[in-house]
Ligand binder design. Structure first.
Ligand SMILES: [Zn+2]
Length: 294
């Protein structure tokens, strides 16, 4: 692939004269996830206009982390960018080159907010990978009513069907940073833009970069916490038995999906189905099961 417009990142930094935390905001790590870039554009406009004064610290936005995939409306071009965020001795694939350009931004931040959306219909939620107090507080400040935990443990379990590594937040944690992913709902849900915008504004306020947010927009209840415990990869042709939504409750023994050869995937416990994706390729994550922990 020849170097082109798609071999650069648009980056915006707003920096206060007063020292403080550096918040990094990524979006469109997956090119078909459009809510983050739209929300960031609105916030940049307001920052430029002085409508959201920055009291201290800095905020850096990389609104389109995968520019070519974004242009094509695809999840990725050569490889899932959220599986290659790691130091690559010689980056070869397009997404590996993007990753080596994104990593220095993570290295210099204090907090990372990575904005995504997903394929199925369903509510917004925050991924909280680690249970340390700092990450928990950051995850809870974003205004989402659901927090999903257990993701890393699920992937490192001995029977895990697929390996999850090279994602933005794992890399951030490996460098001593605090980071979370917010999934703002279905890819094309217009409400996802508002959720992304609220999450960024809440993060800036939580870190003291901007003034406290007025009470009426603050979350009033403790979020629902669901812990993922099993990942299912699609190992042969098959289909879901119905159009599942993210966080649909499911009964023990209920059939979730049927393979071409007639074998079935069923729930081993009363649980929630998570991130069902009817469009995955063979070998990729198809859906997950999780249990409520609070
Ligand atoms: Zn994504």
């Amino acid at each position: 692939m020849k170097p082109s417009f798609y071999h650069m990142h648009e980056v915006h930094t707003f920096s206060s004269l007063k020292n403080g935390p550096n918040l990094l905001v990524f979006s469109a790590i997956h090119g078909n996830e459009i809510c983050g870039p739209a929300a960031i554009q609105k916030i940049i406009f307001r920052l430029k206009k002085g409508l959201i004064p920055l009291d201290k610290g800095s905020v850096t936005f990389v609104p389109i982390c995968n520019p070519l995939a974004y242009k094509k409306g695809k999840r990725y071009i050569e490889k899932n960018l959220n599986r290659v965020i790691a130091q690559q001795p010689i980056p070869k694939l397009y997404e590996e080159k993007l990753a080596s350009h994104l990593i220095p931004w993570i290295d210099t931040c204090d907090y990372l907010l990575d904005i995504h959306s997903y394929e199925a219909e369903g509510p917004a939620f925050v991924f909280q990978d680690t249970v340390d107090k700092k990450t928990k507080a950051f995850a809870q400040c974003l205004g989402s009513h659901t927090i999903v935990t257990g993701w890393l443990e699920m992937y490192t379990a001995p029977n895990a069907a697929v390996i999850n590594e090279g994602d933005t937040v794992s890399y951030a944690h490996s460098q001593g940073k605090t980071g979370v992913v917010i999934e703002c709902g279905q890819h094309n849900d217009p409400n996802a833009i508002l959720i992304a915008e609220k999450a960024i504004l809440s993060a800036m306020s939580f870190l003291g970069l901007t003034a406290p947010i007025k009470k009426k927009t603050k979350m009033t209840s403790t979020p629902l916490t669901v812990k993922g415990y099993k990942v299912f990869s699609k190992h042969q042709k098959g289909r879901f038995v119905k159009k599942w939504k993210h966080l649909d409750p499911i009964k023990k023994g209920e059939v979730i999906a049927i393979y071409h050869d007639g074998t079935q995937e069923t729930a081993d416990h009363d649980a929630f189905i998570m991130l069902p994706n009817s469009k995955v390729s063979l070998g990729e994550e198809w859906f997950y099961l999780g249990k409520r922990t609070s």
